[in-house]
Design a protein around this ligand. Structure first.
Ligand SMILES: Nc1ncnc2c1ncn2[C@@H]1O[C@H](COP(=O)(O)OP(=O)(O)OP(=O)(O)O)[C@@H](O)[C@H]1O
Ligand SMILES: [Mg+2]
Length: 374
């Protein structure tokens, strides 16, 4: 900032002017100064760039005409910080949303009234910033909060549903033992069983959001846990003509993680692999000990359709799904991620679509968990 005696010379004033112009143009938010008739009396370079017009085409024109092509100031139902600042004499802060095709953008607009010595408004300075990125992060946070509340509700619901589900699945099992394979009744019972397991998985995924931040100290024999999940799902694999190959490491340490949670993670990843291989394929499940980092790694490699490039950033988002309505709410991977994160675990994937390489198509999800020697 310039000291007063330095401003008393012409050179000093020019210097001060250059300094202020530099500051205003250095700000990347758009800045516009208007008089009490909304006429533009100054803008910064960011605003000129945004509207793509030189200063002489803007100077003195009302902002509502230039920016919104209107004959009078914006109506009250349109958020306008300048109008509000002129009416109230206060600093006004509004959020503007704009829909361009399917995309929504958010702009924060703040207007600062400038008063003269008598306290009358003579000008308004308006600053605007595109906050779309931040708004989306905020919205996601809000969605997570919603999920946590929903998870609490679902946890209660799941508790109530567990018993009837267990009874249904138990009786189906009993009837299956008494029914001849290859008959229509047998196929119907198998469908009930499959959908019953699916219900159980979806309810479990919902409840995992309720226990988001709780850490449970447990460890799991991963090979045994996988064997159990595979034995439950074996019939489905056979029906879908999916061959399963197991490459389990013999010297695998126990992994950090509650056995129920890990079973849920493995069930989701296998279910996804099965869904990606309609018409058959090969599912290779491998376990290995990464001794340098003391991690237990579990790989689920399928020969399915792969994940399209445009979906790759979204598959872990809650409610992201490419399935038909009613086939899955899109909570599987987000629940898996939430569950393994509790134990400092991680899930990554590599994928190749048919269009990218017909011969190498498929997806590999890798779960990595800390080994547990305690
Ligand atoms: N192995 C895979 N191969 C191809 N696409 C996959 C695979 N795993 C996940 N996806 C894609 O990721 C999406 C999200 O998976 P996620 O498990 O979170 O939900 P979902 O399977 O659609 O529904 P839900 O698991 O809740 O029943 C899937 O809809 C699918 O498009
Ligand atoms: Mg799934």
């Amino acid at each position: 900032m310039k000291k007063e005696h330095e401003l008393n010379t012409k050179e000093g004033l020019l210097e001060a002017n250059r300094f202020l112009v530099g500051v205003v143009n250095g700000i990347k938010d758009t800045i516009m100064v208007v008089d009490t008739d909304y006429k533009i009396i100054g803008v910064n370079e960011s605003l000129l760039r945004k509207i793509g017009k030189p200063m002489h085409e803007i100077d003195g024109r009302p902002c509502y005409r230039l920016l919104h092509n209107l004959d009078k100031p914006c109506a009250l139902n349109h958020p306008c910080s300048i109008r509000d600042a002129l009416r109230t004499g206060e600093i006004c802060d509004v959020l503007r949303t704009r829909l361009i095709g399917p995309n929504i953008t958010y702009t924060r607009s703040i207007a600062y009234p400038i008063l003269n010595d008598q306290g009358k408004i003579v000008r308004v300075i308006q600053m605007e910033r595109d906050i779309t990125k931040w708004k989306k992060v905020g919205d996601q946070f809000y969605n997570i909060q919603k999920l946590v509340s929903m998870g609490k509700l679902a946890a209660g619901l799941a508790h109530e549903l567990n018993n009837p589900m267990a009874v249904i699945l138990g009786f189906v099992d009993l009837l299956l033992e008494k029914t001849e394979q290859g008959t229509q009744s047998y196929d119907i019972l198998k469908t009930i069983e499959r959908q019953g397991f699916n219900c159980k998985r979806i309810v479990e995924n919902l409840t995992s959001f309720a226990t988001f931040s709780k850490i449970t100290k447990h460890s799991t024999d991963v090979n045994k846990s996988l064997e159990r999940v595979i034995s439950v799902i074996m019939d489905i694999l056979r029906n879908e003509k999916i061959v399963i190959e197991k490459n389990f490491a013999g010297d695998l340490p126990r992994a950090k993680g509650n056995p129920e949670h890990l079973r849920q993670v493995f069930t989701n990843l296998i279910t996804n692999a099965v869904a990606a291989m309609r018409g058959g394929g090969l599912l290779t499940i491998s376990t290995r000990h990464n001794s340098s980092e003391n991690r237990v790694e579990i790989l689920f490699m399928d020969t399915g359709h792969g994940i399209k490039r445009e979906y790759r950033d979204e598959v872990f988002d809650p409610f992201f799904t490419t399935r038909e309505v009613g086939e899955g709410p899109g909570l599987g991977l987000s629940a898996c991620f939430g569950l393994v994160s509790k134990y400092d675990g991680d899930i990554t994937f590599e994928t190749v679509t048919e269009e990218e390489d017909r011969k190498k198509k498929g997806t590999t999800f890798t779960v990595s968990l800390p080994g547990d020697f305690s």
